[in-house]
Design a protein around this ligand. Structure first.
Ligand code: KG4
Ligand code: ZN
Length: 347
């Protein structure tokens, strides 16, 4: 029987205020989330100042409700985890200060969580994946391939040289007039589209490294949309589906290179878990991309692990779980930990 350990997690780095209570037996005791979509929608994107104020407005009641839902008392917590970066700094500061205040008043360890690491470790909560494993991190701000070697130990195989893949989804949605947030809107529109209708360039295809590039694809979508204007619903759907097909193709190509790298760094005979691909971050919620990645995994004999969509997009559960991972290694942080707008996984 493992010594029980319960951690509260706070996430405020973008446009979701989220809180969760998780234990070291991988049980989610409670989780709550308030999305700010309606506040940002009229601007077509997340406005940092509005986000920070909205986090400040909701965080107290959300923490209170989450504790109530979990059925535990505040004193039963073994640690307080908060996303301390990377992200929109106003929001990050709100969550960090809340975490520190709770830690100080309850006299419990404070765990400063890297938002990217929280995404990266979620698969260990959902599927008990062992280290090392290959990670494809695809979110609004990041697009990276890494070997996850342990808590705080990452080896970067490739990253985007321009836009993140989520950013490409958001920009394509905007230029097609599909609304905000872009990723789910593109996926929805693509459902009724013909994915083979339009030819679009697949940047980096066949290049020997593991880097990504999406700005050329986005520009090609813009030119196509201008050429086909005025756009009706069918044209929008066909463009969305064609774009999604090419993104899936790019990801599969880049991932296949990283698969080769990790099997050299971690020969599967000695490290069987290295033949696992974990996909994390908001874009991992996309079903077409998941199917494309499943095919590439099958071809290369890799297992695919994708947390459920609600744990791929930003949430408090992943922050609480990253807190558990750090706490059991005694990796707590001081109350002088400064919130960080930038905080790369490999420093
Ligand atoms: O991880 P996340 O929730 O926030 C960041 O840390 O960035 O990711 C948000 C990104 C946005 O760009 C959003 O459009 C994208 O994930 N996204 C999707 C889907 N759901 C969210 N992209 C494609 N398909 C989706 N279903
Ligand atoms: Zn995220």
């Amino acid at each position: 029987m493992i010594e029980p350990m319960i951690v509260l997690g706070i996430e405020t780095s973008c446009d979701e205020t989220a809180v969760a209570v998780v234990d070291n037996n991988r049980r989610i005791l409670a989780h709550t989330l308030i999305s700010q979509l309606d506040e940002h929608r009229i601007y077509g994107g997340v406005v940092p100042e509005i986000a920070a104020r909205a986090h400040l407005f909701t965080i107290d009641t959300l923490v209170e409700k989450t504790i109530r839902d979990s059925g535990i008392a505040l004193q039963d917590l073994d640690g307080i985890a908060a996303t301390c970066g990377p992200g929109l700094i106003g929001g990050v500061m709100v969550g960090t200060m809340m975490g520190k205040a709770l830690s100080l008043s309850l006299n419990k360890p404070f765990l400063a969580i890297n938002h990217l690491e929280a995404h990266a470790l979620t698969a260990r909560l959902t599927d008990e994946v062992a280290f090392p494993y290959l990670l494809l991190l695809i979110s609004g701000g990041h697009c990276q391939l890494l070997a996850v070697e342990g808590v705080g130990k990452y080896k970067l195989y490739g990253t985007t040289i321009d836009d993140a893949v989520g950013e490409a989804f958001d920009k394509v949605a905007k230029l097609l007039g599909l609304g905000f947030p872009g990723g789910p809107a593109v996926e929805q529109a693509a459902r009724t589209g013909d994915a083979n209708k339009y030819d679009l360039p697949c940047p980096m295809l066949g290049k020997p490294n593991c880097d990504f590039s999406f700005s050329g694809l986005k520009t090609a979508v813009r030119s196509l949309a201008q050429r086909l204007a005025p756009l009706d619903d069918q044209k929008r759907s066909d463009i969305a589906a064609s774009f999604q097909r090419v993104v899936a193709q790019c990801l599969a190509d880049r991932v296949s290179h990283a698969m080769k790298k990790i099997t050299i760094d971690y020969p599967p005979l000695n490290y069987p878990s290295a033949k696992t691909l974990v996909v994390a971050g908001g874009v991992a919620a996309n079903q077409t991309l998941r199917t494309g990645l499943l095919n590439i995994c099958t071809q290369h004999g890799f297992a695919l692990v994708t947390p459920p969509p609600a744990l791929c997009t930003d949430n408090g559960v992943m922050v609480a779980w990253a807190g558990i991972e750090k706490l059991r290694l005694n990796l707590s942080d001081g109350l002088d930990f400064a919130p960080r707008p930038r905080w790369p996984l490999c420093e």
